[in-house]
Design a protein around this ligand. Structure first.
Ligand code: PGA
Ligand code: ZN
Length: 393
């Protein structure tokens, strides 16, 4: 396929920050994609190219210039070939030259374009490309935001309700539980990911509130993303003004797991504290999922390393942490090779692009994190999952 039109521009994400949108055309076919942006980013993530003034002008220029130029001479047999070219063209391990944001916007648009030409839904194209069995992911609904997503009003970054079952069963439960929590919290602000952002003076309170919902709603359980790299400074984790050693934090997690039957804990420790991950996985890994995010950054080599050292038993997959769909698929393959489950995830700065819903379904993800139910950009992903369920039936 000859891609005869390449055009990128800057759009705004949910935080009002600039991000890259790209449109590709091949004859009568045309596809557009835009990329999200994180705030609690892992230091080993692929590089998002952002200019000193906060804009993405250089990333946009790289798509419209160098990438468009390189496509002129190419006849691609697959979306994978497009990605191979993008990776080679950038030439750096962390995508710092052209920018992971520039590359991923092109990569997702190319994935869409090929799916269109092949006349198959996007999720089916992703499943075929990676050799995955497509299935509906559990919804990891962001109920309450803390950490950097809500000015540390709560210590942990995400308090989630995990809902089992197909989307058309799970989403009504999510809506009802989210509305109930809203009534109980009264008037509070919202966090970056479209969940509530209340303030409490005890660590337990958000868990008690979620435990109330778990009792009321079947097929639900509690999960957290501690995003602990953001809590770590001067050798200690700071929660509600109190320092915790890694051992003390481990004891806290154990207590929370016992008291509230936690389903999963993501990034329980700082991204450089691999040994603490291993100790916690030895302690709790039989009972719950210990998910790597900043630790593994959707990087196949880092996932393999974390598995060898038994640091985790589940992996968060965010395509923009690695920069192309091809490598995100390889990260999922590396995850499955270890018999780990994958949870596909949006970012805290999102757009209306629903790629992550197709990706989660296509890879047969154990779960999807797509935020709370208070922002249209988050709801769009859940709506797309409903649409996919319809397409797949
Ligand atoms: P981020 O947060 O998109 O701000 O990095 C999401 C997460 O940590 O899972
Ligand atoms: Zn995370």
């Amino acid at each position: 396929m000859r891609i005869d039109f390449v055009s990128a521009r800057s759009i705004l994400d949910t935080r009002g920050r600039a991000t890259v949108e790209t449109t590709l055309s091949a004859g009568m076919f045309s596809a557009t994609a835009s990329v999200p942006s994180g705030k609690s980013t892992g230091s080993h993530e692929a590089c998002e190219l952002r200019d000193a003034d906060g804009s993405v002008a250089s990333a946009v220029a790289n798509v419209n210039g160098e990438i468009a130029q390189a496509f002129r001479d190419c006849d691609f047999a697959s979306a994978d070939e497009v990605d191979a070219l993008l990776i080679a063209l950038d030439g750096t391990p962390e995508k710092s030259r052209l920018g992971a944001n520039a590359l991923l916007a092109v990569s997702i648009a190319a994935t869409r374009l090929f799916a269109q030409v092949e006349e198959i839904p996007l999720w089916r194209a992703i499943a075929a490309r990676g050799g995955f069995t497509a299935t509906a992911p559990r919804l990891y609904i962001n109920m309450m935001n803390g950490g950097v997503h809500a000015g540390f009003k709560l210590p942990f970054q995400e308090y989630l309700l995990v809902i089992e079952g197909k989307t058309s069963d799970a989403l009504p439960i999510a809506r009802e539980a989210f509305a109930k929590l809203g009534e109980r919290l009264g008037s509070v602000s919202m966090g970056d990911e479209g969940g509530y952002a209340p303030t409490f003076d005890t660590l337990e309170k958000p868990f008690e509130l979620l435990a109330g919902l778990v009792q009321e709603f079947p097929h639900t359980s509690i999960a957290i993303d501690a995003a602990a790299s953001e809590l770590y400074r001067d050798g200690a984790y700071h929660l509600l003004g109190k320092p915790y050693s890694a051992e003390e934090l481990s004891a806290l997690y154990r207590e929370l797991v016992e008291r509230f039957s936690l389903y999963s804990i993501e990034d329980p420790f700082d991204e450089e504290s691999a040994d603490d991950f291993s100790r916690l996985t030895a302690l709790l890994g039989e009972k719950i999922l210990i998910i790597g995010d900043d630790l593994t950054v959707t990087n196949p080599a880092r996932i393999k390393e974390a598995a060898e050292r038994k640091e985790i038993n589940a992996v968060l997959i965010k395509p923009n942490q690695i920069g192309t769909v091809r490598e995100a698929i390889q990260a999922v393959q590396a995850t499955y090779a270890e018999d780990f489950v994958a949870v596909a995830s949006h970012r805290s700065g999102e757009t209306d692009d629903t790629f992550i819903a197709d990706f989660a379904y296509g890879i047969g993800a154990h779960g999807i994190k797509a935020g709370g139910l208070a922002q249209p950009e988050r709801l769009a992903k859940y709506e797309r999952l409903l649409e996919i369920e319809h397409e797949a039936s």
